[in-house]
Ligand binder design. Structure first.
Ligand code: ADP
Length: 345
């Protein structure tokens, strides 16, 4: 297995991997050793074994030299950091967390789990935040790849980068690949600004990587886009992005929660009336509200560098200056697309 998994490793990487695995095994017995004793008891030494788990731990630390640096992390963002979006969270739990955490339940009763989930909706509504939170909740490694970063003008380079992301994800499974700006990576035919052959090759690479993922093998792809209608429909066929989830502009209840998230660590003056702020921020996205809170804090300090708290007037000024980034028509547009996408399936 490890001969396969270590694609991209040179000899020195494999040596480092083995050393790290041995260290991981040593760390396991260390707490059992009494350093005041002259010798380590035989039964503890006998239990010293390098296991598969030690190699898996080591794989998270040792980077294959032949693959350029790909950032891997388990994000420390939890559900509490995401305001509102209760329904979306439930859908993600079912589509991502359960299959990653207990694949055997699915195997036992022969139920399929999605390999890919597409989050779509206006910019700033929390798609990235949700993807990070679900990785955290699932104890999965998180690998981000942005469409615009993967695109390269060098021949074959974009496909190679895509292949590397998937290879790395398999190496550190359980893992989640977050493909942001999916529409720029795999646009519908004719919509691309790039060369059609290049676009086709990138799409084919992505399709073959997704088709190559074995179901329930602990790698899930989460795509994000503001323009689901611009994505090549081949990506939305069964066995690829199976689950399409609309991430909406927050309603009143959601805005209340988003204000809670972003004012949690702020000292608020007594005159701050969150309900009033909620009612003034219709059509503001989560990103807009985050910006409002940040600005309000700045205005308070600008007024008095020794201010003890942020006041209502600072929030009101910030709301005025930020303005909503969507209009009532925005959600109509996404609702219409949702209808279209459902019909297509
Ligand atoms: P998207 O990926 O949909 O464009 P992001 O997840 O990147 O949006 O959101 C940008 C920022 O806006 C986040 O880092 C966060 O500060 C804030 N934000 C957006 N949505 C929410 C939300 N539902 N709850 C709390 N903060 C949010």
């Amino acid at each position: 297995d490890f001969a396969q998994i270590t694609y991209g490793f040179v000899g020195a990487d494999i040596a480092a991997l083995c050393r790290e695995a041995a260290m991981s095994a040593l760390r396991r017995i260390l707490p059992k050793i009494n350093l005041n004793e002259p010798e380590i008891p035989g039964e503890i030494l006998d239990s010293l074994q390098v296991t598969r788990e030690d190699f898996e731990n080591a794989l998270k630390d040792v980077q294959p030299s032949a693959i350029r640096e790909i950032l891997i992390e388990v994000p420390n963002i939890g559900w509490d950091d995401v305001g509102g979006l209760g329904e979306v969270k439930e859908l993600l739990k079912e589509a991502v967390e359960w299959p990653l955490k207990s694949p055997e339940s699915y195997r036992n009763i022969g139920v399929e789990a999605p390999k890919g989930v597409l989050l779509y909706g206006p910019p700033g509504t929390g798609k990235t935040l949700l993807a990070k939170a679900i990785a955290h909740e699932s104890d999965a490694n998180f690998i981000t790849a942005k469409g615009s970063d993967l695109l390269s003008k060098w021949y074959g380079e974009s496909e190679k980068r895509i292949a590397e992301v998937f290879t790395r994800a398999r190496q550190v499974a359980p893992s989640i690949i977050f493909l942001d700006e999916l529409d720029s990576l795999a646009p519908v035919r004719g919509a691309s600004t790039g060369e059609p052959q290049v676009t086709a090759r990138i799409l084919n690479q992505l399709l073959s990587e997704m088709d190559g993922l074995e179901e329930l093998r602990a790698v899930v792809v989460i795509g994000a886009t503001n323009r689901p209608d611009m994505i090549d429909p081949a990506l939305l066929r069964p066995g690829r992005f199976d689950e399409l989830i609309l991430v909406p502009v927050p309603d009143e209840g959601a805005r209340r929660e988003i204000f809670r998230v972003h004012t949690e660590n702020m000292a608020l003056a007594e005159d701050v009336d969150i309900e009033k702020l909620v009612s003034l921020t219709d059509q503001y996205t989560g990103a807009d509200i985050a910006a409002v809170c940040k600005k309000a804090g700045r205005y308070a300090l600008r007024e008095d560098l020794h201010a003890k708290s942020v006041r209502q007037k600072h929030f009101l000024q910030a709301i005025e200056e930020t303005g909503p980034s969507v209009t009532p028509d925005t959600m109509k547009y996404y609702q219409a697309i949702r209808g279209e996408l459902r019909k297509r399936k």
